[in-house]
Design a protein. Structure first.
Length: 455
């Protein structure tokens, strides 16, 4: 049994020469650097930036070049028959003289036609469509940044959750190891008492059975601890079998965090609300853009071209400048119906925003309650732990004096184990509840969206 105790002790402290020490902040940053969903959100932000730059180009003139070659290998010749034309005098009156045109044949066999043109189109007034498109692109960039921050908050929360529960479980292993030592010591004591004829063999066996069960539970806990370490390793993006050592520890007597104006902060800071508010703005801009299609639109074009038909028309250039004005006149109330549809989309976006605001207010209230509950759980768990220690000391002393049974001692030791485990779970739960509250009010500022390009 001593060998098993030594083995468990080595498992808890193993890897002291190869452990990778990680703080909470380091694990957060590693998770942010590794997370695939976060990288995807970053790419979407870059995509929105590219789309904004694309929208800006609509203000600039477009220059396009075209060229064509036409070849007609089997076109029939064009024949112009002869005819007579009267000769006119100075006053424009016909005379008795005529001029004859003998006719001619135009060779069109293997006719070729060359044409090339460079044209520049300039938008002068498009009813505001270009301006609204650029404003929507700006909103798209803002919303992409907010989506990135939202994903960042999720990564940090999941990392903290895994980190603190692993810290608590590590401490629970130490408590379980100490509990096993208690049972091993009690078993030796019962064996000595049995050898002296002071207690029956059955009392020793009761302790042995309890110790064997504790041994099995301790081995299961070790396996669960390894799995929890693998989970953290997966989140922060390192090898699953890495032996990490967590630097941060649980505060045994934490202070209750201040939670004033939490709902108001959430309504201002939550990225979900910012994104939905941005969607309302985009719906408004889409409405204006759709209506701008029914305003006069003015554009200009300047072109320079070259045309040639070998053996028929010599090459020549042509410069042309033109302007086009389009004025909608009758569209059979199309504008009215399109405006109604756009307004309905605006109302839908606003309703979704209002509904989410109600949900956020309820959610923040729940987070506040959970923080208070977690803090109260710590106070109660500390009290239970103190009482369990006092009870164990008293029962042990009474047992040594022959006033308590073996079962009383085992129950007191089990209560001590449970009280310590409850306290550790409460401490970890409080840390997670705090980070959930900060995430809920939009105060979990890990990275500003202006630093996206530095990732």
């Amino acid at each position: 049994m001593k060998n098993f105790i030594l083995f468990i002790g080595l498992l808890i402290s193993m890897g002291s020469f190869a452990q990778q020490k990680i703080t909470l902040n380091q694990s957060r940053q590693m998770a942010l650097d590794y997370n695939k969903s976060l990288k995807s959100a970053k790419l979407k932000h870059y995509e929105a930036e590219a789309q904004r730059k694309e929208a800006r180009t609509a203000y600039l003139p477009n220059i396009d070049g075209t060229a064509s070659l036409t070849y007609l290998p089997s076109m029939d010749e064009i024949s112009i028959p002869g005819f007579q034309l009267p000769v006119m005098d100075a006053g424009g009156n016909p005379t008795d003289h005529t001029v004859g045109f003998p006719g001619m044949d135009i060779g069109t066999e293997k006719l070729q036609y060359y044409n090339g043109q460079v044209a520049m189109q300039v938008p002068i007034y498009m009813g505001g469509q270009i301006r609204y498109a650029n404003q929507m692109a700006d909103k798209g960039v803002e919303m992409a940044g907010q989506a990135y921050q939202l994903q960042t908050d999720d990564v940090v929360y999941n990392t903290d959750n895994a980190y603190w529960h692993l810290v608590a479980f590590k401490e629970q292993l130490k408590v379980a190891y100490k509990y096993y030592e208690m049972l091993d010591s009690l078993e030796l004591q019962m064996k000595d008492m049995y050898d002296l004829g002071l207690t029956p063999k059955s009392e020793q066996l009761i302790v042995t059975v309890q110790k064997n069960e504790a041994q099995l539970n301790l081995m299961k806990a070790e396996n669960a601890y390894r799995i929890m370490k693998m989970n953290l390793c997966q989140i922060i993006g390192i090898d699953l079998n890495s032996d990490v050592e967590l630097v941060d520890t649980l505060l045994l007597e934490p202070k209750l965090m201040i939670m004033e104006n939490g709902v108001q902060q959430a309504l201002v800071n939550r990225n979900e609300l910012k994104m939905l508010d941005g969607q309302v703005s985009i719906s408004e801009l889409q409405k204006k853009s759709s209506l701008s299609m029914y305003k006069p639109q003015l554009g200009a074009q300047l072109s320079y071209g070259y045309m040639e038909i070998p053996n028929l028309v010599d090459g020549q250039t042509l410069t042309q400048a033109s302007a086009q004005l389009s004025i909608p006149i009758v569209h059979w109330r199309e504008k009215k119906h399109k405006k109604e549809a756009a307004q309905l989309r605006v109302q839908q976006a606003q309703l979704q925003l209002d509904e989410t605001k109600d949900f956020v207010q309820l959610e923040v209230q729940q987070y506040m309650i959970r923080v208070n509950e977690a803090y109260e759980a710590i106070l109660l768990a500390n009290k239970n732990k103190d009482e369990a220690i006092e009870s164990l000391d008293e029962v042990t002393a009474s047992f040594d004096a022959g006033l308590n049974t073996t079962t009383d001692v085992l129950n007191a030791q089990a209560s001590w184990l449970s009280a310590n485990a409850d306290l550790l779970n409460a401490l970890a739960g409080y840390e997670v509840a705090k980070i959930a509250y900060l995430k809920g009010i939009g105060a979990l500022k890990v990275m500003d969206t202006t630093d996206l390009n530095q990732l």
